[in-house]
Design a protein around this ligand. Structure first.
Ligand SMILES: Nc1ncnc2c1ncn2[C@@H]1O[C@H](COP(=O)(O)OP(=O)(O)O)[C@@H](O)[C@H]1O
Ligand SMILES: [Mg+2]
Length: 330
């Protein structure tokens, strides 16, 4: 095996399977079509890609840049991460140096990719807006962000905006199937379904979970649904139902014991259990009032945990909230 192959083999799968061209960006057809058209017409505006993590924002702009620049990529593209703790001055200087260096061999716009731009302060965003204006003659900016509402409106108005939606299970499945084949994995059908669901539209999560599971099995051993839950750190629905059942039918002491047992055997924190309850309860038939009481109560407890509340007290509070609401229901 050549060394470049083994380097590739040791990469995290999110890097190894980063789309190498726009055709490998799944589930974002509209965005891909439109920006491809821009590129073909040679009229690329400043771009803003926004949407939740793991939906292909970074991958898409890099793939586009590869299509436009090919071998010239390194000379023509500057990738900056705005969340690096370096302030707007550093960004401004890097942009200035990059944008004002003359190209001998190539013509056309240079491209500056500014990743995680919503991490920038408003002051920095204002400064960035002026930088963009200053260098518009020979550069194009592509700004990437999770939330467009964290972006300065004056900056937004200078960009053509594209929203990256959470990926559909079908889009994630396409990529996951590629990886399963390439890595010679055995994955049960229910494990595959579980993986797609638990990824919640985030391809990065899907690939990371799959890689963690693959690392925990022997060659040729099948990846099961339980392993998927374990790698995600999410409780299995059966476990949540077990705890709920115990809360409904047993007294406090028993319910508390059941809850602790599930927590320790599955390696879960209370906060994971709470997320599990919310998920499972959405499939139960309950009066609106009961559902509201439970959700409100769990919300308060979640907040309590985030403020450093004691695990034992918060655990018993969970039991209390659910018990009381269900008793009122009856
Ligand atoms: N739409 C997609 N099609 C194929 N792979 C994707 C897609 N979105 C994300 N990925 C995979 O997930 C990883 C993270 O994607 P990235 O483009 O960095 O997401 P974002 O910038 O939206 O957080 C990539 O390396 C890639 O392997
Ligand atoms: Mg990204």
């Amino acid at each position: 095996m050549s060394s470049s192959n083994s380097v590739r083999d040791n990469l995290p799968w999110v890097e190894k399977y980063r789309p190498s061209n726009l055709d490998e960006v799944y589930g974002q057809q509209e965005v891909v079509q439109t920006i491809r058209k821009f590129a073909q017409d040679g009229r690329i505006p400043h771009l803003l890609f926004y949407g939740p993590p793991g939906t292909g924002k970074t991958s898409t702009i890099i793939a586009l840049a590869r299509e436009i620049y090919g071998k010239n990529y390194r000379n023509m593209v500057l990738e900056l991460n705005a969340s690096d703790d370096r302030g707007i001055d550093v960004v401004r200087n890097q942009i200035k140096t990059f944008a004002s260096t003359r190209q001998i061999f190539s013509t056309g716009f240079k491209l500056i990719i500014l990743d995680e731009a919503d991490a920038m302060t408003n002051v920095a965003q204002n400064a960035l807006r002026r930088v963009i204006e200053k260098y518009t003659k020979n550069t194009r900016f592509c700004i990437l962000a999770n939330y467009s509402h964290k972006m300065n409106p004056a900056l937004l108005s200078r960009c053509t905006r594209f929203r990256f939606s959470p990926l559909t299970e079908t889009a994630i499945e396409e990529r996951v199937e590629d990886v399963i084949k390439e890595e010679h994995l055995k994955v049960s059908d229910e494990a595959k379904k579980g993986l797609l669901k638990l990824s919640e539209g985030d391809m990065r999560k899907a690939l990371n979970v799959l890689q963690a599971c693959a690392a925990s099995v022997d060659k040729g051993e099948e990846i099961t649904l339980d392993m998927i839950y374990e790698c995600v750190g999410a409780p299995r629905p059966q476990s949540i139902e077990l705890v709920l059942d115990s809360i409904m039918r047993h007294d406090w002491t028993d319910a508390y014991a059941t809850m602790n047992k599930i927590k320790s055997t599955e390696g879960l924190a209370l906060i994971d259990l709470i997320a599990g309850f919310v998920d499972v309860l959405s499939q139960y038939e309950l009066k609106d009032r009961t559902r509201m009481d439970i959700l409100e109560g769990l919300g308060d407890i979640e907040y309590g945990i985030s403020k450093g509340g004691s695990d034992k007290i918060q655990s018993t509070a969970v039991i209390g909230v659910i018990k009381r609401a269900l008793e009122n229901e009856a």
